[in-house]
Write a protein that binds this ligand. Structure first.
Ligand SMILES: Cc1cc2nc3c(=O)[nH]c(=O)nc-3n(C[C@H](O)[C@H](O)[C@H](O)COP(=O)(O)OP(=O)(O)OC[C@H]3O[C@@H](n4cnc5c(N)ncnc54)[C@H](O)[C@@H]3O)c2cc1C
Length: 396
């Protein structure tokens, strides 16, 4: 086991998961973070802090990496193990991805459990706007992290494992004097200010969300929880390049999370965004001072009503959020490499786009493998044993 201290910069899901992984494997870790999720009252004032916003399904959407399959499979299998051990907030959902036009099977089709074409389902089971509408696509089982339960659970576990969280903003000039030889950079959109990044124009995808509180779980006749992404024809909802956009719904214990939008833009030098291609459909509802694309309410309303008999109205007590998915670039946006700086080894773990929760365990285990020499299978069993010990200690 490794007793030398490791510093992790960033207190989002990547930082906490990476620090927890190393801590469970016997390292001494400390997180330095400018912002802590639990201290932020108005999330909409910090759209760049992505871990305030995830929906958070474990599906590799809106992310670009040439290691995606390995990272996703490792993450997903760890989430399944955590769920078996009743880790807070982890549920299994039957997730539908429905299109009003023909669509090729996605690469991740081979990685998801019980992946089936929509042809395998009774028409009434498929989320759709009207029963006469032709729809295409697939469905699979996916892990869903009920965020208000999962993320606090993760932070608590990190502290219980002996990890420390120190709230402070790190400046670039401080890096050489940080008291550790290994630094892990999980600072998300803060990264280009702290470290040199070869990508010139740092891409983000803005995402709008609505929360409808106290809405019941959406289930099918087998009592499976149902969630969906639904992409209508581009004439109904599209971006400025004419690409069809999707809406979605994920039921949580505290209500529904409804999306969405994927508006591309770029970080400027102050980490605020500059707009590139806003959603074409300018119709919007003003909710909590945000312009929410009207399709998020109108299309979800049709789907929820037609398929499940549920209602959604603009007059419901809806709250609105908008955050950035940090894509970095569309070639190989996820940065998971390392460099030597002033005698320190810096490992980077940022640019997860819309899949930072999805890949959190895969990236953490990948980095732990670089730092600690343990066989992968041994690493997973050590992590789970230690995690069970802490969770069991808590119950007794
Ligand atoms: C609308 C929306 C929906 C999403 N849905 C999903 C989903 O369904 N599934 C999924 O997997 N993902 C989803 N995501 C993406 C996911 O939220 C992100 O990928 C993930 O939260 C990124 O986490 P992170 O820890 O890497 O970065 P962040 O959460 O941005 O954290 C960065 C941390 O670094 C700290 N920091 C920055 N600079 C400094 C500095 N100089 N010194 C000290 N600390 C610093 C910040 O304070 C913060 O704590 C969604 C995102 C959005 C916006």
């Amino acid at each position: 086991m490794n007793s030398e201290k490791i510093i992790i910069i960033g207190g989002g899901v990547s930082g906490i998961t990476t620090a927890l992984t190393l801590q469970l494997l016997g390292c001494q870790t400390e997180i330095y973070t400018e912002k802590k999720a639990e201290n932020i009252a108005d999330k909409n004032t910090h759209p760049e802090f992505a871990s305030l916003f995830p929906s958070a399904s474990v599906i590799p959407h809106s992310v670009y990496s040439n290691q995606l399959e390995e990272l996703f499979q490792s993450s997903q299998s760890f989430f399944y193990e955590l769920r078996k051990r009743s880790f807070p907030g982890l549920t299994l959902q039957k997730h539908f991805e429905v299109f009003e036009f023909e669509k090729d099977r996605p690469e991740y089709g081979d990685w998801m459990m019980n992946f089936n074409s929509l042809e395998e389902f009774h028409p009434r089971e498929i989320p759709r706007r009207s029963l006469s509408q032709d729809v295409y696509g697939w469905a699979f089982d996916c892990i869903f992290a009920d965020w208000p339960l999962y993320f606090p659970g993760l932070i608590t576990l990190y502290k219980e494992s002996g990890g420390e969280i120190n709230q402070r903003k790190i400046q670039k000039r401080e890096i050489p004097s940080l008291p550790a030889d290994i630094i892990i950079n999980c600072s998300g959109t803060g990264s280009p200010d702290l470290f040199d990044d070869p990508v010139e124009k740092q891409m983000i995808l803005k995402g709008h969300l609505l929360h409808k509180p106290e809405a019941s779980l959406i289930t099918n006749s087998n009592d499976e929880i149902i969630s969906y992404n639904y992409t209508p024809k581009a004439s109904i909802y599209s971006d400025s390049s004419g690409n069809a956009c999707d809406v979605y719904c994920y039921p949580r214990k505290d209500g529904w999370i409804l999306g969405g939008s994927r508006e591309s833009g770029f970080l400027d030098n102050n980490d605020s965004e500059t707009e590139d291609s806003p959603i074409e459909n300018t119709r919007a509802y003003k909710i909590d001072s945000l312009d929410i694309p009207s399709a998020v309410i109108d299309l979800n309303q049709e789907i929820l009503n037609t398929t499940f008999g549920h209602s959604l109205e603009q007059s419901d007590k809806l709250s609105a959020l908008m955050g950035y998915r940090y894509i970095r670039n569309k070639e190989n946006g996820l940065r998971l490499d390392h460099e030597t700086l002033d005698g320190k080894t810096v490992y980077h773990n940022y640019g997860h786009g819309g899949a930072g929760v999805t890949l959190s365990w895969g990236c953490a285990i990948h980095l732990a493998n670089k730092i600690i020499s343990l066989k992968r299978s041994q690493m997973q069993s050590t992590l789970l044993d230690r995690l069970e010990e802490i969770m069991f200690d808590k119950k007794t």
